[in-house]
Write a protein that binds this ligand. Structure first.
Ligand code: ACO
Length: 362
């Protein structure tokens, strides 16, 4: 038995391949570095879902119907009441997603793709005391998310950067939330149940809850000169450095570089604080050096969350909403895996080893 099921193969998939030794991610036959350069969110969604729904998919059709789905989903934001507003954004998102019907057809998949994208901006506006803004179905998913955040038409650089983020994180093998989604789908439950379980698995700091704490770390370090002593103190206290280490990657997470590249046009357009980026680079170098020194037997490199933090901050998302943005992007992967598992039709039901006491003999 392996704690944490490390290295255990628990599914066959045609959706994505994570090569931890080579630092390579392939999504349905396309390597991430190719995909992230050209693809919009809608392209990645078609790539992942095609062949798994009851009808063939095209980018144009998905984009049009996703826009309509966002408009329909908007009615649910009226359910954000004062009680819900006391919760963190991802928990409010979870509560709102739970209101959706639980089927497994393409219309349900579209509602679930639209829901986190509509809910998160509405939640963030309500938390600021502002009215939620209705979606614009003719916009792309990324442009509409940014427009619903602050009511302004976003710059092309920002839309491109959000597309790059959503595509980069759209799927990633059998990570904890995707496994949760597959387990639920294997029982014959619908897609809403899978997505709800996956959101619950995602929000922990060991999975999708790390980018907020990355910014907390950068704020606490504050200056490049403070990076080394601050990181040493954190490790002395037994803390983990957020944005570093990965269960599968033994080299640099390829998604970190995809996001670092996606930041460049924003930096050139003056949409990112250059000082912040320079501080992050210095912290990255200092962290890599100290992790190598302290954990010589465990290769620890930067993971996706480190540059996610800078990118999402530049796009105007508050740090407590980062996990929710992750959920917007990963929902398509969760749905694709849930469908793949459901089509396979086999219940996931592993066994455990009982290590408790046995009843005494009479
Ligand atoms: N900082 C310091 N030490 C670390 C870190 C880190 N970020 N990550 C792992 N280690 C150390 C552990 O303390 C352990 O050392 P030990 O053997 O001396 O006790 C050793 O490396 C192995 O750690 P494991 O817990 O076995 O590694 P695991 O594969 O379970 O961890 C994980 C992966 C959870 C991502 C871990 O690296 C971590 O906690 N990172 C920080 C949180 C983070 O960035 N999460 C986002 C991950 S990316 C994503 O899910 C989208």
């Amino acid at each position: 038995m392996k704690n944490g099921l490390e290295d255990v193969i628990a599914a066959e998939t045609q959706l994505s391949d994570v090569d931890g030794a080579a630092g390579r991610l392939v999504i349905r036959g396309v390597s991430l570095d190719h995909l992230v350069g050209d693809a919009r969110y809608e392209d990645a969604a078609v790539l992942l879902l095609d062949g798994l729904m009851e009808q063939p998919l095209s980018e144009e059709d998905l984009r049009r119907r996703l826009g309509q789905a966002r408009a329909e989903i908007f009615a649910h934001v009226a359910a954000i009441d004062d009680g819900l507003l006391r919760l963190p954004p991802v928990d409010i998102m979870r509560a709102l997603v739970a209101r959706l019907s639980d089927a497994a057809d393409f219309a349900s998949a579209l509602r679930l793709l639209a829901a986190p994208a509509v809910f998160l901006p509405a939640i963030l506006r309500r938390k600021k005391g502002c009215e939620p803004l209705a979606p614009t179905p003719s916009l792309s998913q990324s442009a509409d998310i940014l427009a619903m955040l602050d009511g302004r038409r976003p710059s092309a650089e920002k839309v491109r950067a959000l597309d790059a983020y959503l595509v980069t994180i759209s799927d990633h093998g059998l990570n904890a939330s995707t496994f949760a989604s597959r387990v639920i789908a294997s029982t014959g439950a619908g897609l809403t149940s899978s997505v709800l379980g996956a959101i619950g698995a995602l929000k922990g700091p060991l999975h999708g809850g790390a980018p907020g704490p990355v910014l907390d770390m950068l704020d606490a370090i504050a200056t490049q000169g403070n990076a080394k002593p601050w990181l040493a103190d954190a490790l002395d206290r037994g803390e983990r450095l957020m944005g570093f280490g990965h269960r599968i990657y033994r080299v640099r997470d390829p998604r970190a570089d995809a996001l670092k590249s996606a930041l460049k046009p924003l930096i050139e357009a003056g949409e990112v604080d250059r000082g912040r980026v320079e501080l992050a680079k210095a912290v990255e170098q200092a962290a890599l050096a100290i992790l190598k020194e302290r954990k010589p037997d465990r290769p620890l490199d930067v993971n996706v969350e480190f540059y996610t933090a800078l990118l999402l901050e530049a796009l105007g998302f508050p740090r407590d909403a980062f996990t929710g943005v992750f959920a917007i992007g990963r929902t398509v992967g969760w749905i694709a895996h849930a469908r793949e598992q459901a089509l396979e039709g086999r219940l996931i039901r592993p066994r455990s080893v009982y290590v408790g006491p046995m009843p005494k003999a009479a």
